[in-house]
Design a protein around this ligand. Structure first.
Ligand code: ZN
Length: 315
């Protein structure tokens, strides 16, 4: 019934804040900390296991050399770990950006594509995101972008705690100030920056933009995710909500109040506790903890009052 807990990695960002400390109790490096990489095996930052016999080993090495834990019968994985889970704290607006798909990222970046999705953990009253655009085709998109008509081109959406957004590759998007977000994504660090609101750094220099690559990967017209999540009742007062299921990942929210025995049918699970606390298979778990449920652990015996975001690879 072993669970593998992970040591998070923090990334300072010019748009970051201090809510990873104040909301989650993490020991962050500064008051401009934008990202917590909760579960990652990416070359730019791999989280390490912090309990049991694999303590200290990076998730990258665990994945490559102990494939049996992830349902790989040969015991060895010949591909990279496919997923990543982050928590983002946007004190300021992030730049408007877009990510490539697998084919484009492989050809030009030696990385995976980056399909992502967002669960809004907390949002201030005026928090917004950029999500899509009004252009009917890429020519119209370019015309409006190159004539600086960003206000007309981009679509802003007000966000609330508990909202969920699918952000497939090619989607123009930006996290806005005041949003605290749990992000599930492909294991990729490739971002094309399209627009940075004309901002400059403390030396007066603008951040680099990647317009040509952006125009190559943007999808026009924009397709919004439907946001019609399915909620299933489990037992007396627990619920399981399917947030998204696409060709890369399935993301569910499990809310448990009291006692629940959750059956795991996937090869392995990536779990983040986003609220409350509980005892799970004899481990104490609290908000901010992240762990992997390895292949042989087929049940989670949960006692407490907790919300979990559970991710698995698409079958
Ligand atoms: Zn993104």
């Amino acid at each position: 019934m072993e669970l593998l807990f992970l040591e998070p990695i923090f990334k300072e960002r010019i748009w970051g804040g201090s809510r990873l400390r104040t909301d989650f109790g993490f020991d962050i490096p500064s008051d401009t900390t934008g990202e917590c990489w909760a579960i990652s095996a990416h070359k730019n930052g791999a989280t390490a296991i912090k309990n049991g016999k694999f303590s200290g080993m990076s998730l990258k090495d665990l994945w490559l050399n102990h494939g049996d834990l992830f349902g790989q019968s040969s015991g060895v994985n010949y591909r990279d770990f496919p997923l990543m889970v982050k928590i983002l704290d946007a004190k300021a607006d992030l730049s408007v950006q877009v990510h490539p798909d697998d084919a484009y990222a492989k050809k030009y970046e030696n990385d995976l594509g980056k399909a992502e999705c967002w669960y809004i953990l907390n949002a201030t009253n005026d928090a917004k995101i950029v999500y899509g655009h009004i252009a009917k085709n890429i020519e119209e998109f370019k015309n409006l972008a190159l004539t600086n008509q960003w206000g007309k081109l981009l679509t802003s959406v007000k966000v609330h705690t508990g909202d969920f957004f699918d952000v497939p590759t090619g989607t123009v998007h930006a996290v806005g100030a005041g949003a605290l977000i749990l992000e599930v994504q492909q294991s990729s660090d490739t971002t094309y920056r399209l627009y940075d609101y004309g901002r400059t750094d403390d030396k007066g220099n603008p951040r680099e933009l990647h317009l040509d690559k952006s125009f190559s990967v943007i999808k026009a017209p924009h397709k919004a995710s439907t946001n019609d999540v399915q909620v299933v009742s489990l037992g007396k007062s627990s619920t399981l909500t399917l947030l998204t299921s696409n060709k890369y990942f399935k993301v569910q929210k499990l809310f448990v109040q009291g006692h629940l025995c959750f059956i795991n049918n996937a090869k392995y699970l990536l779990v983040c506790a986003i609220d409350g606390d509980a005892v799970i298979n004899d481990y104490k778990v609290k908000k901010g903890d992240s762990f992997i449920v390895p292949n042989k652990t087929k049940t989670l015996d949960i006692v407490g009052d907790i919300s979990l975001i559970i991710t698995n690879e698409a079958d």
